[in-house]
Design a protein around this ligand. Structure first.
Ligand code: ADP
Ligand code: MG
Ligand code: ZN
Length: 478
C-alpha cells in the first residue's frame, strides 16, 4: 500500500510595531525616506552609543501578546544574536532568546467555515536589520534606515497541516495585529513577513520529519504555493528513499520551486548572550491591565455580532477588512440608530467603499459617518428614493455639506408624504370645480389635469402613481 504523507507546518511571523521611532533610539521608523537619513550613533553602532528601550514599542508588543492570549513575563531579557552581514552594523542583532517577554498562547482561525486553533509558542521583541540595495551603479550599497526598527516575532507551534491552513492562520494573525493597531499588515513592503517551516511525515507517525525553513515570502499566494511545492519536493525525496536535508530555502515564483539558500552545516552559531547594555525588561502589571482594557473587539467577534444582526457573511467579511471601516460603520450607526445596521452596511459596501482609500492603519472616506447617517435617514423617511440617494451621495462626496441641504438645493425630494399630497389635491379640487365635476361625470382624461397640476406644484417630485390613487379616492369624497 502506498504511504500517504502528512505535512507539518509552523510559521514564524515578523511584524513591525507601529511606533514613530526605532526600538532603541529616537530615529524615525518610517519607510520611504532617502537612504541613510534616519540614522544616529545608536543604530549606526558607533562606539559608546547606548540603546534605550522604546516604551511605546513595549506597549504595542504587550498588546499583541494579550490579543493572542499569551502570558506576559514580568521580567524578560534582551540578548545579542551575533552574526556578520553587511546590513547589520553592530555585528549582532538585539533580540530576545531564552527569556522572551511572552509565551504560550493560541490563534483561532477559520478555514472553509470551520474554526481551527493553532498554538503560539512565544512572541519576542527584536530590532530589524538594514537593507542591502543592489544595482547602485555597478555596486551594492547598504541602507540603514530600517536598522533598529522594532519588530515582534510570533513563533507558531507546528500545528498546521496544509498550505491552506498556513495562509488562513497568517490572515487571522494579520487582521488581529491590524485591528489592535500593532502592525499595518503590509506584506509587500515587508512590515509583515513570514518564514514557513515545513516537514512531512507518513500519516500516523507521531514524530516530526526533518524541516526546511522557507524564508521571507511576500504574498499570501506565494506562501501557499511555496509550501505546496516544498511539500511535493519532500514527498518525492522520501518516495525515492532519499532524506530531507535540514536547510533554509528560498522560493522562486517564476519557476514555482524552492531552492537552497544555506544548509544546516552553514547554519549560524549565534553565540547568544544577554545584552550588557540593556537592563532586564520589567513589565508592570498596570501597563498590562491598561493594554488589556484598550483591546478592541477583534474582527472575528465583530463579524459574529454583525452576522447575528442580519448582515450577510460575505459583507461582514468585506466590512471587517480594515479597522477604519469597522469604525465608520459603527459611527454611522450611532448617528442614526433607527436605521439598523443592515441599511448602513449595505450602503457602505455598495457606494462608500468605492471611494475609500486605505493606507496602513489610515482609512479615508469621501463622506463622514454623520453625512452617511443623515443621507440614509432621508431615504428612511421617504424624503428621497434610494436611487436619489445615490445622486445626493455623488454631490456629497468630499464636501462638508449636509445631505438635507443638497436635497433642497437640487429640489430632489419626492413628495411621497400622503398627507401633504392629499391637502394639495383637495385644494385643487375645490379651486377647479368644473374639472372636478367633469371627472366625476366620467371624463377620465381630466385626471391628467389634476395629476399635472400636482406635478407642477411639487416641481415634479411627487409620485404620479400615488397622486392618481389619491385623486380617485378624493374626487368621490370632496
Ligand atoms: P529555530 O530556533 O531554529 O527557529 P524552533 O524550534 O524555534 O527552531 O522552531 C521554529 C519554527 O519551526 C516554529 O514555528 C515551529 O513551529 C517550527 N517547526 C519546528 N519543528 C518543525 C517541524 N518538524 N516541521 C515543521 N515545522 C517545525
Ligand atoms: Mg527560526
Ligand atoms: Zn538611530
Amino acid at each position: 500500500m502506498p504511504v500517504t504523507y502528512e505535512p507539518v507546518i509552523g510559521l514564524e511571523i515578523h511584524a513591525q510595531l507601529l511606533t514613530k521611532t526605532k526600538l532603541f533610539c529616537s530615529c524615525a521608523a518610517e519607510v520611504g525616506a532617502e537612504p541613510n537619513q534616519n540614522v544616529c550613533p545608536v543604530c549606526l553602532a558607533l562606539p559608546g552609543a547606548l540603546p534605550v528601550l522604546n516604551a511605546e514599542a513595549l506597549r504595542l508588543a504587550v498588546r499583541a501578546a494579550l490579543a493572542l492570549g499569551l502570558t506576559i513575563a514580568p521580567e524578560s531579557v534582551f540578548a545579542r544574536k551575533n552574526y556578520f552581514y553587511p546590513d547589520l552594523p553592530k555585528g549582532y542583532q538585539i533580540s530576545q532568546f531564552d527569556r522572551p517577554y511572552s509565551s504560550s498562547g493560541h490563534l483561532e482561525y477559520e478555514l472553509s467555515g470551520e474554526v481551527k486553533r493553532a498554538g503560539i509558542t512565544r512572541i519576542h521583541m527584536e530590532e530589524d536589520a538594514g537593507k542591502n540595495v543592489h544595482g547602485v551603479g555597478n555596486d551594492s550599497a547598504v541602507d540603514l534606515n530600517r536598522a533598529g526598527t522594532p519588530l515582534i516575532e510570533i513563533v507558531g507551534e507546528p500545528d498546521l497541516r496544509s498550505s491552506a491552513e498556513a495562509v488562513a492562520y497568517m490572515k487571522a494573525l494579520r487582521e488581529i495585529l491590524v485591528a489592535t493597531g500593532v502592525n499595518d499588515g503590509n506584506l509587500e513592503e515587508g512590515s509583515f513577513r513570514c518564514d514557513a517551516n515545513v516537514s512531512v511525515r507518513p500519516k500516523g507517525e507521531t514524530k516530526f520529519g526533518t524541516r526546511v525553513e522557507l524564508k521571507n515570502i511576500n504574498s499570501f499566494r506565494f506562501v501557499q504555493k511555496a509550501i505546496d511545492v516544498e511539500i511535493a519536493r519532500q514527498i518525492a525525496l522520501l518516495e525515492d528513499g532519499l532524506a530531507v536535508v535540514q536547510e533554509t530555502r528560498g522560493y522562486d515564483a517564476e519557476g514555482n520551486r524552492t531552492y537552497s539558500l544555506r544548509s544546516k552545516e552553514e547554519a549560524h552559531d549565534y553565540r547568544y548572550f544577554p545584552d550588557p547594555d540593556l537592563p532586564p525588561v520589567t513589565i508592570p502589571s498596570e501597563l498590562i491591565e491598561e493594554e488589556r482594557a484598550r483591546l478592541p473587539e477583534l474582527p472575528r467577534a465583530t463579524r459574529k455580532r454583525w452576522i447575528e444582526e442580519g448582515i450577510a457573511e460575505s459583507a461582514a467579511q468585506t466590512l471587517t477588512q480594515h479597522p477604519g471601516l469597522v469604525r465608520f460603520v459603527e459611527d454611522a450607526r450611532k448617528h442614526a440608530p433607527q436605521l439598523g445596521l443592515k441599511k448602513i452596511a449595505n450602503f457602505v459596501q455598495t457606494e462608500i467603499l468605492r471611494g475609500a482609500v486605505f493606507h496602513g492603519l489610515e482609512a479615508r472616506f469621501s463622506v463622514t459617518p454623520a453625512q452617511t447617517a443623515s443621507l440614509l435617514s432621508l431615504v428612511e423617511k421617504g424624503t428621497i428614493s434610494g436611487k436619489q440617494a445615490k445622486e445626493v451621495f455623488a454631490l456629497l462626496e468630499n464636501t462638508d455639506e449636509d445631505p438635507a441641504q443638497i436635497v433642497e438645493e437640487q429640489g430632489l425630494s419626492v413628495v411621497s408624504d400622503g398627507g401633504a399630497l392629499e391637502a394639495l389635491l383637495k385644494d385643487l379640487i375645490v379651486k377647479n370645480p368644473k374639472q372636478a365635476q367633469g371627472l366625476r361625470d366620467g371624463k377620465k382624461q381630466l385626471a391628467g389635469f389634476f395629476v399635472g397640476q400636482v406635478m407642477k406644484e411639487t416641481s415634479g417630485k411627487a409620485d404620479p402613481k400615488l397622486v392618481s390613487e389619491l385623486l380617485e379616492k378624493l374626487i368621490a369624497e370632496v
